[in-house]
Ligand binder design. Structure first.
Ligand SMILES: Cc1cc2nc3c(=O)[nH]c(=O)nc-3n(C[C@H](O)[C@H](O)[C@H](O)COP(=O)(O)O)c2cc1C
Length: 275
């Protein structure tokens, strides 16, 4: 446990970090792009030799399409019925959150289903798959350029690994799939240098929101998760924690109307404590 003084200092440092974005004059800095240094790759190279091409016939999905309904029905769901989702549904979720629509120039930038400051798109998508038809449970990496999924490795005692990586949030271990997004800092720093981290933080929100909306369209439940153990998450996918590390996670699972009453349990303390 941190002592109150250390906690206060850390919070002050966090605020200072956020403030320096607005206080540092933009022309006080020369980026690696200004210095004509080579641009880093737009996406991470495949980590395995083989990859599965994901189905793309999204017109076969029974999607709710009314934006007003999607916005009203979007919510966090943490009670899952543990049924498998289809490969096409998973494919749609990957496409909706990081799918590539176009490439600018030869390899200057990707344009995707989410916006990104300067089209830097500095995230990679990793999955822990538990219940998806046609997929072996384990750790996966998404290859957005080819819309493929590569199997990384099986994970021993998957529910415990998920729960531990998410700071004991055992409800998430009942998800069909858990998304873990990493940040590759240099992809953004190459252009924005000391300012890179502000657009990256904002960009993560776009990805999470698209997952919420895509899940709502499919009738699946999801919940964004920021309470995760970075070191354990990085270890799950073999990330070095410096050039690439997990910054955001979300659980996705099947839900039922009958189960929705249990959702209230998560916020029962609000009523119990009269907050
Ligand atoms: C960035 C972010 C991190 C979150 N982290 C967690 C989390 O670790 N655990 C959790 O149960 N809910 C988490 N949530 C879900 C929020 O608690 C939820 O969005 C909020 O209570 C509002 O409820 P709603 O999404 O149903 O509108 C997170 C949401 C966001 C956007």
């Amino acid at each position: 446990m941190l002592d109150p003084e250390t906690q206060k200092n850390l919070i002050a440092r966090g605020r200072e970090f956020m403030k320096h974005f607005s206080e540092t004059p933009y022309d006080a800095f020369e980026s690696d792009q200004d210095r004509k240094l080579p641009q880093p790759p737009l996406v991470k190279a495949p980590m395995r030799v083989k990859a599965l091409t994901l189905p793309r016939k999204f017109e076969d999905l029974d999607l709710r399409q009314n934006l007003f309904t999607l916005l009203i029905e979007r919510k966090s769901s943490r009670v899952y019925t543990q049924e498998p989702i289809s490969l096409l549904e998973l494919s749609f979720l990957l496409w909706a959150t990081q799918g590539i629509l176009d490439v600018r120039g030869r390899a200057y930038a990707t344009l995707r289903t989410v916006p990104s400051g300067g089209a830097r798109h500095a995230f990679e998508t990793y999955l822990i798959v538990q219940h998806t038809k046609g997929l072996e449970p384990g750790a996966y990496h998404y290859l957005p350029m080819r819309h493929q999924l590569e199997f990384l490795h099986p994970v021993e005692d998957l529910p415990s690994a998920v729960t531990n990586s998410l700071m004991g949030q055992s409800w998430a271990a009942k998800a069909s799939v858990i998304f873990y997004w990493s940040f590759v800092p240099y992809r953004c720093e190459w252009r924005y240098g000391i300012w890179a981290h502000r657009p990256a933080l904002i960009d993560a929100g776009h990805v999470g929101q698209n997952l919420y909306l895509a899940c709502t369209a499919l009738g699946l439940g999801t919940c964004a998760i920021a309470a995760f153990d970075t070191a354990l998450c990085d270890a799950l996918f073999g990330l070095d924690g410096e050039e690439e590390f997990i910054v955001y996670t979300s659980a996705v699972g099947t839900i039922s109307a009958a189960n929705q009453k249990f959702e209230k349990v998560f916020y029962q303390f609000v009523e119990d404590e009269g907050l």
